[in-house]
Ligand binder design. Structure first.
Ligand SMILES: [Zn+2]
Length: 109
């Protein structure tokens, strides 16, 4: 289950930065094309944060939709899944958003 490893590395990164302060909430951006399942991250979060500065913290997950720029017709469109296909039929698409997994804010007590 790769969400466990991902959640662990996010929590490790936060623990390193807060320098012993208790974390009240953590906001993550998980793009819809990132391949990471937000519900799995939520599930893992409680396990991984037990006994750390993040124990009991609120986890907020924002899910930016995937967007792509078509190199054939120039259209920018919303991507529903990881296979880039422009409405014009071209698969020559540059993915411009939705693949990120990042920490956007950490609120300490
Ligand atoms: Zn196109």
């Amino acid at each position: 289950m790769h969400e466990l490893a991902i959640t662990q590395s996010v929590v490790d990164a936060v623990v390193e930065r807060v320098d012993g302060a208790k974390v009240r909430s953590l906001t993550l951006e998980i793009g819809t094309l990132s391949g990471v399942v937000p519900d799995s991250v939520r599930f893992c979060f409680d396990l991984v944060t037990a006994g750390t500065e993040l124990e009991g913290a609120t986890l907020v997950i924002v899910e930016p939709p995937g967007t792509g720029d078509c190199r054939t017709c120039g259209l920018r469109f919303t991507m529903e899944d990881v296979f880039p296909l422009c409405p014009c039929g071209s698969a020559d698409v540059k993915i411009t958003d939705g693949q990120q997994l990042k920490i956007t804010s950490v609120e300490v007590r």
